[in-house]
Design a protein around this ligand. Structure first.
Ligand code: SF4
Length: 70
């Protein structure tokens, strides 16, 4: 999980990545993820572990469920 230390979100408000926020303002978290240098690692980890909450790798939980069922 060393990639987390290089995440573009490390200095961002964590609230942006929690469900109550991204459901109303999903683009704020996605905008941060879009240019993140470890987006691929983050998304891969979230899909592989079945992370059920929050925005990871620019995706919502519903989007990751679709990827897993793909
Ligand atoms: S992809 Fe998004 S959630 Fe993942 S480390 Fe980067 S900024 Fe954070």
């Amino acid at each position: 999980m060393n990639w987390m230390e290089r995440g573009a979100c490390r200095d961002s408000d964590p609230e942006l990545f929690f469900p109550l926020t991204w459901e109303t303002h999903p683009t704020l978290a996605r905008r941060i993820c879009r240019d993140c240098p470890v987006r691929v690692q983050c998304l891969t980890w979230a899909v592989d572990t079945g992370e059920p909450d929050e925005v990871w790798g620019g995706t919502t939980p519903a989007e990751r469920r679709r990827i897993r069922s793909g």
